[in-house]
Design a protein around this ligand. Sequence first.
Ligand SMILES: [Zn+2]
Length: 295
Amino acid sequence: MNHVVSQKTIAHVTHVSGRGYWSGQKVTLTFLPASAGTGIRFRRVDLPSKPEIPALASYRVDAVLRTRLENAGASVEMVEHVLAALYGMGIDNCIVECDAQEMPGLDGSAYAIAIALHQAGRMDLEVPCVVHRIRSEMKLGDDRAHVHVSPGEHEGLTLMYHLDYGRHSPIPSTSSTYHLSPDEFLHSIAPARTFLTLADAEQLQQAGVASHVTTRDLLIFGEFGPLQNQMRFPDECSRHKLLDLIGDLALCGMRIDGKVYAHRSGHQLNGRMAEYLMNNSSETKSLQVASRRVA
Ligand SMILES: [Zn+2]
């Protein structure tokens, strides 16, 4: 029997502030409730016409190590953690106002955003949710890195991420698997932080980006583990890649029912899968709508 799913927005306005990792620029995000069918849209309130950028795969442009969306000359950067938090916390419709191009890096995780959304509460919009039910298998990528989707045994989205950079990498090889729910997202996935090797971090800073970021702001792996930092979970790195995967897949603009298995995939491959899901949607709507409000 179909689980009853109706579209949600946040019950109250909420804010999150920080600095962009790459630009160092201060930014405040204001999450506004939105009506059914709005989807997730960014609004650049620092630009004269306050342009909106829909969070859909068709607005994604390739960028190194991050997800960028562009519409009519305006863009937003590093959106994946914001989108993961909205999807993970069960929010289908929201306007995200931002006063800079780059989203806040925070502690490298989506936890502050997930907490803010949790405290804002969810409101049921009493309109059926648009669900992409995965009915057949599809694999993108190659043996080195791939994303594979297949029909699920349960309602909702089950995600598995396998991270393996080889025996000589200081980053441990781990796997993480979750059947997504707001509770699971908030406590187990949102706190997992961005990570880099020391060599990658040095290369970025030599290129003049992320100059204010220190080893305390995210996980930087030296030869023997994280520098001046401790792991929050033994599989924190694969959990973070799973967080990125959720944010990137959210660009299909629908709830997803099915299983996703990812092996070493990054934003570009994830984004291509979101595009595939968006363009090959056998979308179904739930038949009934719940009338209760969700706290
Ligand atoms: Zn990330």
